[in-house]
Design a protein around this ligand. Structure first.
Ligand SMILES: [Cu+2]
Length: 161
C-alpha cells in the first residue's frame, strides 16, 4: 500500500464513520423527538456561550493562547490580542471522529489561516496588523445538515491597541 492509497483508505473510512453517525442521528430524531430537539437547541446559536480570554505576552514577546475545538464549540471563542505583536494559537481537537478546522479570512488585518484540527497540538502563527473584531469559525458540515459554524463553532479574534 503506497501512501496515496493509505490516505484514500483513511479518508473513505472516515466518511463511513460520518455516515454511520448521521444515520444514528436520523434514527434518534425519528424515535425520540423530545431528546433530539433538546440536543439541537443545546448547540443552537441561541445558546452560544461566550468564552473570552485575553492573551498574555510571553517573555519572548509572543502572545500564546490555547484553543480547543470540538462538537460544536471553541474554547475560548473570544480571543483578545494586541495589535502588531505576534500571536500563536496553540490549537487542538477535542475527542471524537468528526473533522473540524479553524478558519479566519481577514488578510487585511494579517489574520488568515485554515487549519485542520488534530489530536496533536499545532501552532497557528500570525501578527495582527489592525484593530477590530475578526470572525473565526469551522467551515465543515455534512450534506444538508447545519454547518458546524451554525451549530456554534465560531468565535472572534478581537485586536486591541
Ligand atoms: Cu467543525
Amino acid at each position: 500500500m503506497n501512501s496515496n492509497s493509505k490516505t484514500r483508505f483513511f479518508n473513505s473510512s472516515g466518511l463511513v464513520v460520518l455516515l454511520l453517525l448521521a444515520a444514528v442521528n436520523v434514527t434518534a430524531a425519528d424515535s425520540v423527538p423530545t431528546n433530539s430537539q433538546k440536543t439541537a437547541h443545546e448547540h443552537d446559536h441561541g445558546t452560544w456561550i461566550e468564552r473570552r480570554t485575553v492573551a498574555t505576552i510571553d517573555s519572548d514577546g509572543v502572545q500564546r493562547v490555547k484553543v480547543i475545538g470540538g462538537e460544536y464549540f471553541y474554547n475560548p471563542n473570544h480571543i483578545v490580542v494586541k495589535v502588531n505583536k505576534p500571536v500563536e494559537l496553540i490549537v487542538k481537537k477535542y475527542e471524537g471522529y468528526i473533522p473540524h478546522n479553524l478558519v479566519a479570512k481577514a488578510p487585511e488585518a494579517g489574520i488568515e489561516f485554515n487549519v485542520d484540527l488534530k489530536d496533536a497540538v499545532q501552532a497557528i502563527k500570525f501578527t495582527p496588523t489592525r484593530t477590530g473584531k475578526f470572525p473565526i469559525y469551522c467551515d465543515k458540515g455534512l450534506l444538508w445538515f447545519k454547518t458546524h459554524r451554525e451549530k456554534g463553532m465560531e468565535g472572534l479574534i478581537e485586536v486591541v491597541e
